[in-house]
Design a protein around this ligand. Structure first.
Ligand SMILES: Cc1ncc(COP(=O)(O)O)c(C=O)c1O
Length: 414
């Protein structure tokens, strides 16, 4: 199979050059060119509709990154956007007092999410995980935190430690996904000082295969949390309103004390939440201060209510799961055919193509070549981050993508 020619992304590259004089790094962190395949992926997007995006050079792509997760339906989903536009035109959204949507959305959470008794709405995933940690520390009167997964960019959990005094993360310890012993060992040492155990219930580490919890793994974490009087927090920022309407906790039937939601809950509008046991959440009444000028801004609440209404009404998550499973099987067949060391991991709604690690590190070269061929064929997937299936991925999109994966893998074996 032939290598495809490089795309013309000259406008994107010129804008990126300009942006480096205006914004440190040109664009923020994970959106920088070196996080994709440098010189091959566009840097600036112009528009999107359904699951197609168009870059500023006019190249069109079928997108599987879904804005890093928030887009569960599609870009410019009319029903959601119309609800927001109507709110802007008819009521307004930024006031000194709270609008009624807060209660309606909190009630919806109670109805859908197993751990949800009370909810605090904030704006970003990092706001939510940090709020959950603060509530847990206030509730238990303890400081240490055991963590597993990516939880955002705030001081306590960010990987890059520049600008953060050590005392702000010295009480944080990492354990490994599906390795209960790694948590047990930490708790033997620090159990009586541990305020919280926070974990992404489905394993989605950066640039590595995705993992479902092994039998009894989440249950074992829950009993360790109970044994040590620590608050169990599920970070459902990616799994929430994707794996099921009740999140991964509903899907795996393990209920944490608190859980964080964000991304898919509003199809791209900025809102996130901490939800859970009333007794713990109530530390947010007086002991813990959580506030921001924009937290009560109602546009994202309206978007979230409409998104959840559509998810429920049209049983969207079942259809995403079915499409995703079919896609998964077809991609697996193509991978098996080519024997390039490519590996597919994940579940229906979230998938990732990685390459088997080898001592010579040829997997890095294969990854770069494969994703280069994919982007040149108009498939926007990320070399280091898993993809998502959204509602507006059509059969035609998925067919074209399977074919592009087939052709791109074929270039590796020639
Ligand atoms: C599991 C998880 N938790 C927390 C976050 C942080 O969310 P945000 O980037 O909205 O602050 C992310 C973001 O990717 C995430 O995937």
């Amino acid at each position: 199979m032939k290598n495809k020619d490089k795309l013309n992304i000259s406008k994107s590259l010129k804008h990126f050059e300009d942006s480096q004089l205006l914004v440190p790094g040109g664009v923020l962190g994970i959106r920088r060119p070196y996080n994709f395949v440098e010189g091959e992926y566009p840097v600036f997007v112009d528009s999107g509709k359904g699951m197609h995006i168009v870059d500023i050079d006019g190249n069109e792509y079928i997108d599987y990154l879904c804005a890093y997760g928030p887009v569960i339906l599609g870009y410019r989903e009319e029903e959601v956007d119309n609800a927001v536009i109507s709110q802007i035109r008819n009521k307004g959204f930024c006031f000194s007092l709270t609008q009624e949507y807060q209660n309606i959305l909190a009630k919806k959470f109670q109805d859908l999410i197993p751990c949800s008794e009370m909810t605090i709405f904030v704006k970003t995933g990092s706001d939510a995980t940090t709020t959950a940690i603060r509530l847990a520390r206030a509730y238990t009167g303890k400081a240490k935190v055991m963590r597993c997964g990516y939880h955002g960019w705030h001081d306590w959990c960010v990987e890059v430690k520049g600008g953060i005094p050590e005392k702000l993360f010295e009480d944080i310890y990492e354990f490994r996904y599906n390795d209960i012993e790694s948590l047990e060992n930490l708790l033997i040492k620090h159990g009586n000082k541990t305020a919280a155990i926070i974990i992404t219930p489905f394993g989605h580490p950066l640039a590595q295969k995705m993992e479902e919890p092994g039998p009894g793994f989440l249950e074992a974490i829950k009993s360790l949390a109970e044994k040590h009087g620590a608050v169990l927090i599920f970070d459902e920022i990616r799994t929430g309103f994707r794996m099921s309407l009740g999140g991964a906790q509903g899907y795996y039937k393990v209920t944490p004390d608190l859980a964080c939601f964000g991304k898919a809950m509003a199809n791209g509008y900025s809102i996130s939440a901490v939800t859970g046991k009333a007794e713990i959440m109530r530390t947010g009444e007086k002991k813990v201060f959580i506030s921001s000028t924009f937290f009560p801004n109602s546009l994202a609440y309206v978007a979230s209510l409409k998104t959840i209404e559509i998810l429920e009404r049209d049983d969207i998550l079942s259809s995403i799961r079915e499409n995703g499973n079919r896609f998964h099987n077809r991609v697996q067949a193509v991978i098996d055919k080519h024997k390039t060391g490519a590996e597919l991991s994940g579940i229906g709604p979230m998938f990732f193509i990685t390459f088997k690690k080898d001592k010579e590190k040829t997997y890095k070269e294969k990854r770069m070549l494969f994703y280069t061929q994919l982007i040149r064929r108009g498939i926007f997937m990320h070399p280091y981050h898993h993809g998502y299936i959204a509602y507006r991925h059509t059969d035609d999109d998925l067919d074209k993508t399977v074919q592009a994966i087939d052709e791109s893998l074929a270039t590796l074996v020639e």
